[in-house]
Design a protein around this ligand. Structure first.
Ligand code: GDP
Ligand code: ZN
Length: 378
């Protein structure tokens, strides 16, 4: 491994190690599994690293010896799922010119969103996330459907969701708070529901303990209290850590924002602009997990493909009729399934439309070429 590469590094946020020593990567989530995934690449002068941020075809990758700025263009271009994203573990060639991210180590989880209406592909928002903290404000009336929606997205990523009911200081009555927690628990089987108040500093320690066990992201509606919680998790010196000044070739100072931060209490927090407005994307699997009790009931329906609408011997309808299954849950389940199918159908339609356009223009070119040929022949 070449040590001349160190000149290419910007100032690392921690004591620099040697290329063979991966200990400095441990706070970033490096473990034996990542070491095993990286092992096949170790012999080629490549270093393992984690992507801190991505912008304009380049990314910052933290390695054991410092932060490397590398090009992201590689592997299968135009496949949005193979695009380097914040949280990815990869192999970089620190001495390369230009430097490239050579390989993405297989992702454990990925947060995906549907892109703007112009494009039909999914977009990766964050990779290798362990905990998705769904923030729900107690300042507004609870919208359980929305909670379910965010949970669906969280489950779909492969990460474990947690619900943080924020601004608990605004619900001073303990009994009322307990009821709200219970309501949300009903919409979130198998998910821990916590109450936090960044204002009072209550519950943030529990959240910090969860965050310490891996990589976390905060999702939720605008105003849910995500930034405030992120600041509470970062601690007082958040801005110092958040902003890294790099001197570019011309000696100017440019300010860059990291989207992946090591928390003072341990663990990593990813906060990308895209994570702030996520929607549903092909989340049928996630729907099943959010509505686990309905899927369980469905196993007892007479028909395997029962749609639980008007079928005879439908266990889901029976449970709704006798009140074991709240009608709201069933409605929300149907709504999410419909919405999800709509997104998938819309996406497919867009892909088909794009293909048609491409074929049409190729056809037009073909016809133009033929006409030109005929013209010449005439
Ligand atoms: P984001 O859009 O999800 O990042 O939400 P913010 O963190 O910007 O918070 C939205 C608003 O809620 C801000 O005005 C915060 O001051 C307020 N807020 C955040 N956390 C708390 C809290 O624990 N208690 C109270 N009362 N207000 C809070
Ligand atoms: Zn049924």
């Amino acid at each position: 491994m070449s040590s001349s590469a160190s000149a290419d590094f910007t100032t690392p946020p921690h004591p620099a190690g040697t290329p063979g020593d991966t200990a400095p990567l441990v706070p970033y989530g490096w473990d034996e599994e990542w070491a095993a995934a990286f092992a096949p690449h170790a012999g080629q002068g490549l270093l393992p690293g984690r992507v801190l941020r991505v912008d304009r075809g380049q990314c910052d990758v933290v390695t054991a010896t410092g932060t490397v700025r590398a090009d992201t263009e590689f592997v299968v271009p135009r496949d949005p799922m193979r695009v380097v994203c914040t949280g990815d573990w990869c192999a970089v060639d620190p001495g390369g010119d230009p430097r490239y991210v050579r390989t993405l180590l297989p992702r454990r989880t990925a947060m995906v969103r549907s892109t703007s209406s112009k494009r039909s592909e999914g977009q990766i928002l964050a990779a290798n996330v362990d905990h998705v903290i769904v923030c729900v404000s107690l300042a507004a009336e609870l919208d359980l459907g929305r909670v379910e929606r965010f949970l669906t997205l969280a489950w779909e990523s492969g990460a474990a969701p947690v619900v943080a009911l924020t601004k608990s200081d605004l619900v001073p009555e303990p009994a009322t708070l307990a009821h709200l927690v219970e309501d949300v628990e009903g919409a979130a089987p198998g998910v821990s529901v916590l109450t936090v108040s960044a204002a009072l500093g209550e519950g943030t320690d529990v959240l910090a303990a969860i965050a310490a066990g891996g990589t976390s992201v905060l999702i939720g509606q605008s105003g849910a209290g995500k930034s405030t919680l992120a600041n509470a998790l970062h601690g007082e010196d958040a801005m110092e850590v958040h902003v890294v000044r790099d001197v570019d070739g011309k000696g100017r100072h440019t300010t860059t924002t990291r989207n992946l931060l090591v928390l003072p209490g341990g663990g990593v927090l990813i906060d990308t602009p895209g994570l702030r407005g996520v929607g549903l994307w092909d989340a049928e699997g996630g729907v099943g997990q959010v509505f686990a009790e309905i899927e369980e009931l469905a196993e007892r329906c007479r028909f395997q493909d029962c749609a639980h609408i008007a079928e005879p011997d439908c266990a889901v309808l029976a449970a709704a009729a006798d009140g074991t299954l709240p009608q709201r849950r069933l409605d929300s389940y149907r709504k999410l399934l419909r919405e999800n199918q709509y997104i998938v159908a819309k996406t497919d339609a867009r892909v088909r439309a794009e293909l048609r356009r491409e074929w049409k223009s190729r056809g037009a070119q073909g016809r133009a070429a033929q006409a030109a040929k005929r013209g010449r022949l005439r």
